[in-house]
Write a protein that binds this ligand. Structure first.
Ligand SMILES: [Zn+2]
Length: 90
């Protein structure tokens, strides 16, 4: 029984490694295309959200990640939407 568990664990770890390798590869591609920030420096340097500037709204207080829920066609938040999300108005 334990052996089966161990095998399952090993398989999952292997899948995890593959997934991480994929993420690293995607990050590298993003960096190559000029998306910069997502790459190697993502770890450790956690900036507070007030220092961020949103490339979509062109205001401070959040970044593009706040727009993830908008899917492919991202657009700037309106004042109302910013308030709904408890984001500063810039
Ligand atoms: Zn924004």
């Amino acid at each position: 029984m334990e052996e089966v568990k161990g095998q399952a664990l090993e398989e999952l770890r292997e899948k995890r490694r593959e997934a991480q390798a994929q993420v690293a590869d995607i990050d590298r591609q993003i960096a190559e295309l000029g998306g910069s920030r997502t790459g190697s420096k993502a770890k450790g340097t956690r900036r507070s959200s007030s220092e961020l500037t949103c490339p979509i709204c062109d205001i401070k207080g959040h970044d593009g990640r706040a727009h993830r829920g908008q899917g492919k066609n991202k657009k700037a938040f309106t004042e109302k939407e910013l308030k709904e999300r408890s984001l500063p108005l810039g």
